[in-house]
Design a protein around this ligand. Sequence first.
Ligand SMILES: [Zn+2]
Length: 271
Amino acid sequence: MPELPEVETTRRGLSPHVVGRSFAAVNVYDPRLRWPVPHDLGKRLTGRAVDVLDRRSKYLLFRLGKDTLLVHLGMTGSLRAFSRPPPRRPHDHVDLVLDSGVTLRYHDPRRFGAILWIPGPADRHPLLARLGPEPFDVAFDAGYLWQATRRRSAAIKLALMDNHLVVGVGNIYANESLFRAGIRPTTPANRVSRARCARLVDEVRATLADAIAKGGSTLRDYVDSDGEPGYFQLEHFVYGRTGEPCRICGTPIRTRRQGGRATMYCPFCQR
Ligand SMILES: [Zn+2]
């Protein structure tokens, strides 16, 4: 599933191709995504110029004057730029053609993604209005995390993955950040001290930054390549390493389920 680092890499890869460009044509081959692609998307987009390509949580936001085109990659989606698009393959659902001739092609086998038109202020849209701060935003600091968790008795890992608290910390990054911060994932959120909240904020950012830096080396996959953009294989400390020795202390990594997702941790390093 594309996580925040993959979406941010997509944003960085596409930005040079779209900013300052206008949409020349829109081809919707199959509108059946998580929500239907608007039937009048072509009419809305054609002739409109992209001021900036933003990201909020895992949503790509093409800013066009006061209006916004929102793209979400869902579980299996990708959006790539082609100067000469190859023949359509199965699951290529939408082409957005720019006045430069570059085509942005949306591909999504499972169709849990979305392409939506948001007229007017996008931050009031129901998908965006209640999101917590971005992990790299100054608003996400130790004081904020400490305050926001005082009345939460749920496990710190579940709190970290709650988009109302902070956006973009998916399962892999929650596992890795908690290991790096030395915090047991099952610790009640309101039992994490202020000092450990500070450490956790630092490690969430460092973990995501490492993945984004890794993604930089795959940027070429977003433009004129036949391969699918890959997912970033970090050197994980705990994720996917159940039973293997902890990289720090050698204790076998343990696993358990939390909120339906796999949690991996070192019983020695994480207290
Ligand atoms: Zn360990």
